[in-house]
Design a binder for this molecule. Structure first.
Ligand SMILES: [Cu+2]
Length: 173
């Protein structure tokens, strides 16, 4: 009899421990999920572009670098996973060509939110993004910044911002 009892107690303990492990696992899974960053856009999730697209609508892609007349040019290299330079300065009210050279093995873009600009077509926008550049590709666009200050730029390909693809665009008067 005591032996049967001890077997029963042992089985009950194993079941209880198993249930505790399972519920802890479920709790951890539920807890970690909201922390995942949603990609802003990217080739695999085109639908996501509309979420914040109104403030950072992509400029017309100029892959060759032609079109849009200006002498002023800033070349930014995008690598895995950095921008070089990570900080650059442009002048308010002056058109500047932003050139993004993708020297990495992943695709990259460049997004600025909250900076009012005029694009090459004369349209005013609040923020902008350069087209996603494939590895080895160079994209560019002409913008005229309309407000001075310091603005963050980043790569909006999923996860790249968190990996360090952020920088500062300074607009001076
Ligand atoms: Cu990137």
């Amino acid at each position: 009899m005591p032996r049967d009892l001890s077997v029963t107690v042992t089985i009950a303990a194993v079941v209880l421990i198993g249930a505790a492990i399972l519920s802890t696992g479920a709790l951890l899974a539920a807890w970690s999920m909201p922390g995942w960053d949603m990609p802003m856009h990217g080739g695999n999730m085109p639908g996501m572009m509309m979420g914040r697209g109104s403030t950072a609508a992509p400029l017309p892609a100029e892959v060759s670098g032609s079109g849009g007349e200006t002498d002023s040019e800033v070349v930014i290299e995008a690598g895995d996973f950095f921008f070089r330079p990570a900080e650059f300065t442009v002048r308010r009210g002056e058109p500047v060509r932003l050139v993004l050279e993708n020297a990495g093995r992943a695709q990259h873009d460049l997004v600025v939110i909250g900076l009012p600009i005029r694009d090459a077509g004369g349209r005013t926008r609040n923020g902008f993004s350069l087209a996603v550049a494939a590895p080895g590709q160079t994209v560019s666009a002409v913008i005229t910044p309309l407000e001075s200050g310091r603005f963050e730029f980043f790569c909006s390909v999923a996860g790249h911002r968190q990996l360090g693809m952020v920088g500062t665009l300074e607009v001076t008067d």
